[in-house]
Design a protein around this ligand. Structure first.
Ligand code: SF4
Length: 349
């Protein structure tokens, strides 16, 4: 079902591409050929493809109680969320991270980033975090699970009381720590979105306005919204002008949405190294340098994140921010505490 140019095909078998991993010169995220979605407009939403038979259109159902509660908060005020930077697959780390962040964020965004790919399954982590009184915004990727496994995970997330699910296609296995694993990519993020809505979940999707082909990004998000996406997570970017331009372009297409903007969170050399390793990310000018050059990088990083978050929150259509990044090994808990302090200073809760 890939929209192919020349004789290439998408290594992620995407129906509704392009992904955010397109290189600046148009090369594919992982293959030595151009991304196959560079030309023309993004494919219009036409259902979940099937290798055999016509596409299907999953029927949305009302939000779960946890999803409805979170939607109610979003309707009343802006929110602050954070990544959940803890040692992977350890219950004690989940509990400690929850204690650090519980009072200060509306939800934590849990995922499976390239550097810590093997994690407890999303629904199990959601259960652990809910037991600690933390709201959970869970990523779910199409890289490691086929559509049957994804449907089971979505049902479990709904049952576990997840606040929202972040539907992503996912980085290819060739990036990150487990390149030997077999990639799946049975579905993509747009298709997963529609199935999540059929499980009563509040759904966000990701966009990177500065990823190539930039001209397609607003229209691509509009197709995800057509599939059911409630919110747009805007990945780390060059600044508020980028977010404003993207949201106005989405509006011009007749699509209304609200955005949660990722704010880079850097407090030391280790967290800076993780940030600069995410090659699809652009950054506000001298953001990292300004933190690392300070006498007290931890305090400078907290202040820089708060100041940038306030600028994003002033952009019409921005519903909230997410403190985003990762910690050096052994520094996860202090990093989570610094994120909590930044969230506290924002004063949104
Ligand atoms: S850049 Fe992404 S969407 Fe484009 S061909 Fe490669 S994997 Fe597919």
């Amino acid at each position: 079902m890939t929209t192919a140019t020349a004789s290439f095909s998408c290594p992620k078998s995407m129906t509704y591409g392009p992904c955010a991993g397109v290189h600046e010169d148009g090369r594919c995220e992982v293959a030595e050929h151009p991304c196959v979605f560079l030309d023309g407009r993004p494919r219009a939403w036409a259902g979940v493809h099937r290798p055999m038979g016509e596409p299907v259109h999953p029927e949305p159902i009302p939000l779960t109680p946890a999803g409805a509660d979170f939607a109610d908060v979003l309707a009343r005020r802006q929110i602050v969320t954070s990544d959940f930077p803890i040692r992977a697959a350890r219950r004690d780390a989940v509990v400690a991270g929850a204690a650090a962040l519980r009072e200060h964020v509306d939800a934590v965004l849990i995922g499976e980033p390239p550097s810590v790919r093997v994690q407890f399954p999303p629904a199990y982590r959601t259960r652990l975090l809910r037991a600690e009184g933390v709201g959970v915004w869970s990523s779910l990727n199409c890289r490691d699970r086929n559509r049957v496994a994804l449907e089971g995970e979505l049902a479990a997330l709904a049952d576990a009381g997840v606040s929202a699910v972040h539907c992503i296609t996912g980085d290819h296995n060739r990036s990150g720590r487990r390149p030997e694993a077999m990639p799946v990519f049975d579905l993509d993020s747009t298709e997963l979105t529609s199935i999540a809505k059929a499980n009563g979940l509040l759904v966000s999707v990701a966009e990177s306005p500065e990823a190539q082909p930039r001209v397609q990004r607003p229209a691509r998000f509009a197709q995800k919204a057509a599939a059911g996406a409630d919110l747009c997570f805007i990945n780390i970017n060059s600044g508020p002008h980028i977010v404003d331009g993207f949201l106005r372009a989405v509006e011009a297409l007749g699509t209304r949405t609200r955005a949660v903007v990722c704010v880079p969170f850097v407090v030391d050399v280790g967290s800076a190294a993780i940030m600069t390793g995410l090659d699809s990310h652009l950054m506000p000018e001298r953001f990292i340098e300004g933190v690392l050059d300070a006498d007290d990088p931890r305090e400078a990083g907290i202040r820089a994140a708060v100041a940038l978050a306030e600028q994003y929150l002033a952009v019409p259509g921005v519903a909230g921010v997410c403190m985003s990044g990762g910690a050096g090994r052994g520094l996860e808990l202090d990093y989570a505490r610094a994120m909590a302090e930044a969230a506290r200073r924002l004063g949104l809760r």
